[in-house]
Design a protein around this ligand. Structure first.
Ligand code: F6R
Length: 600
């Protein structure tokens, strides 16, 4: 996702910002920019695409020594990736860089426009700088104007703001997205970054800002606007910093799920309904069927949502594996909405399936994590999952955000279709809002998975079983284990075991049973009992105690099966990762696999 850097001091500010942005490249971005301040002059450079485009622009300009600068890499959320939408955003005399999403930007924009303020970009960010200036114009007090601005903003906003009104300062605030302030090693140096990597080697004392903490920094002073901050010491290894202290990118990405799912829902879950700015409400006019198409983990997200589209939106739904779909000579009719799901937006089979649907004249939508990818350029509509770049080859946060988008979409269609009562819609929204909390990794659960992992390093196979949406989750659990542990695992609908696979049951067959409290508990319980009676080793994951299990991972009691779904997802991801670690495998780059499969 987006990255921020900032600098006050005597070094070459431009160089520091460029090097810092380079360190943040791995997070993914589609444009870059920086604003450099020297007394009463601000120079700004922006470029679409890679950082080298910004470097080229800057190297053609005549630069001065700037004591202050702010820089940004942008991952488009509101407004397309264009140079105009790249940060920093300009008011009359100030610039801002921002990570996150301003939820109430439309109201603020309308108020400011009514006062005659002109907007240049399509972003939510631009309101921040105009708001600051509108307060400053009234009070002539930059600190008060900044505080008033912060008070007015809702949503996630980590920001750096510079202004000719107070040209020796950087105004900073953190809410939602990460932001660090550092005292540089040289006298009078202050630095900012959205993760440690740009600061390593240049600073030791840092504050990892908490939500709701901000302040005003100059070469001589750092003033915090509240007391809840603590100075700590920066790590010294860059590799370690990129992984935020986690052992593997996969682990970091499992832990990030709570935050990225919050980003994914921002502005989309409103007080009483779901809103997608990026699609047209008449998208399902005349639509009698939804066809979802994807590969691997993305296919599992699609399969999960097929239960939700039928249950909630009351639209007939089927799901196809893209490589199968391509050659089956599918019957495509124009009353079908074609939805492809892809983390990368580049998977060859899924892309080809999308082309086939487009050629047949179907309306198309892609749920994707990478803007400007081949699929987002081709589909009629795009919903971005906002998971940030996913580095671990085994997909984790892409799946949770895809599933959340698809769940929200099923409710969006349900409302349009009138197939859901208001009471039911409100209870679904309540559950959705709780997903980020459910995805927080509890130490106790991680430790339990770590301890259990040592018992599952052998055997002749694993069966992950579940019913309803817990069947695709079982498929996903089995895929994760296969990918990174190289152990044989299958996901199976629990009710199907007695139609064949139960013949395999013996103590060396490990059954991972997904036993949610809120969905078909008694049914899955009898399926697991059947396996236990045949001596399969059972690891049950459930909020309800289950006497017949050999191992048991206790999840929270909640009111909605989808919350159980997300909690169990984290357990499955952690369990496979811990097994893989014990086996000494390369967790982030498992053998034979590539992150983006652009060949058939
Ligand atoms: C598994 C995994 C793969 C991908 C699949 C599709 O962890 O990552 O199964 O889900 O290759 O990739 P995308 O979603 O990029 O189309």
């Amino acid at each position: 996702m987006c990255g921020i850097v900032g600098y006050i001091g005597k070094k070459d500010t431009t160089r520091f910002l460029l090097d810092g942005l380079k360190e943040l490249e791995y997070r993914g971005y589609d444009s870059t920019g920086m604003a450099l301040l020297n007394n009463n002059k601000i120079d700004v450079f922006k470029a679409l695409g890679k950082l080298t485009n910004l470097v080229n622009k800057i190297s053609n300009a005549s630069l001065e020594q700037y004591p202050i600068g702010i820089g940004h890499t942008r991952w488009a959320t509101h407004g397309k990736p264009t140079e105009l939408n790249a940060h920093p955003h300009l008011g009359e005399y100030s610039y801002v860089v921002h990570n996150g999403i301003i939820e109430n930007y439309k109201e603020i924009k309308e108020e400011l426009q009514a006062q005659g303020v002109k907007f240049l970009s399509q972003t939510d960010t631009e309101v921040i700088v105009h708001l600051f200036e509108s307060f400053y114009n009234k009070s002539n007090d930059s600190k008060k104007a900044f505080e008033n601005t912060i008070e007015k903003l809702k949503g996630a906003f980590s920001i750096l703001l510079i202004s000719k009104a107070d040209p020796e300062k950087i105004f900073f605030f953190k809410n939602g997205s990460p932001l660090i302030i550092a005292k540089g090693n040289d006298e009078g140096e202050v630095m900012f970054a959205s993760s440690d990597a740009p600061l390593i080697g240049f600073a030791q004392d840092v504050v990892y800002l908490e939500d709701g903490v901000g302040g005003i920094a100059s070469a001589s002073n750092i003033e915090f606007l509240s007391d809840n901050y603590t100075w700590s010491t920066l790590p010294t290894s860059k590799q370690f910093a990129q992984k935020d202290g986690f052992r593997f990118f996969m682990e970091k990405e499992i832990y990030e799920q709570s935050d990225v799912v919050s980003d994914c829902m921002l502005g989309r879950i409103q007080d009483e309904s779901i809103n997608f700015d990026e699609i047209n409400p008449n998208l399902i006019e005349g639509i009698k069927e939804i066809k979802l198409c994807a590969c691997g983990t993305s296919y599992h997200a699609g399969l999960t949502s097929s239960y939700l589209f039928e249950r909630l939106s009351k639209i007939k739904c089927n799901v196809e594996i893209a490589s199968e779909f391509r050659y089956k000579e599918p019957l495509l009719t124009k009353d079908t909405l074609f939805i492809v799901i892809s983390q990368s937006g580049e998977t060859a089979d899924t892309l080809e399936a999308l082309k086939m649907a487009k050629n047949a004249g179907l309306k198309s939508l892609v749920i994707c994590n990478v803007d400007n990818s081949s699929m987002t350029r081709l589909a009629d509509y795009t919903i971005l999952t906002r998971a940030g770049i996913e580095k671990g080859v085994a997909s984790t946060k892409a799946f949770s955000t895809q599933t959340v988008v698809l769940w929200m979409l099923s409710l969006y269609f349900a409302k349009i279709n009138g197939s859901i009562s208001n009471e039911k819609l409100q209870s679904e929204l309540k559950a959705l809002r709780e997903v980020p909390k459910t995805l927080i990794v509890e130490d106790k659960i991680h430790e339990k998975c770590r301890r259990l992992s040592k018992r599952y390093l052998h055997g002749h196979g694993f069966f992950f079983i579940g019913r309803d949406v817990f069947f695709p989750l079982a498929l996903e659990g089995a895929l994760k284990l296969k990918e990174i542990s190289y152990l044989h695992a299958e996901g199976y609908p629990a009710g199907e075991m007695k139609h064949g696979p139960i013949a395999l049951a013996d103590p060396e067959l490990f059954t991972i049973a997904l036993m949610p409290q809120n969905l078909l508990y008694d049914k899955i319980k009898s399926n697991v009992e059947e396996l236990s009676a045949r001596d399969s080793t059972i690891c049950a994951i459930s909020p309800l105690d289950f006497d017949l299990s050999d191992d048991f991972i206790k999840t929270q009691e909640t009111e909605h099966y989808m919350l159980e779904f997300f909690e169990m997802l984290v357990v499955l991801q952690l369990l496979s990762m811990e097994i893989s670690i014990r086996l000494g495998n390369d967790v982030d780059m498992p053998r034979n696999l590539a992150k983006s499969v652009t060949v058939e």
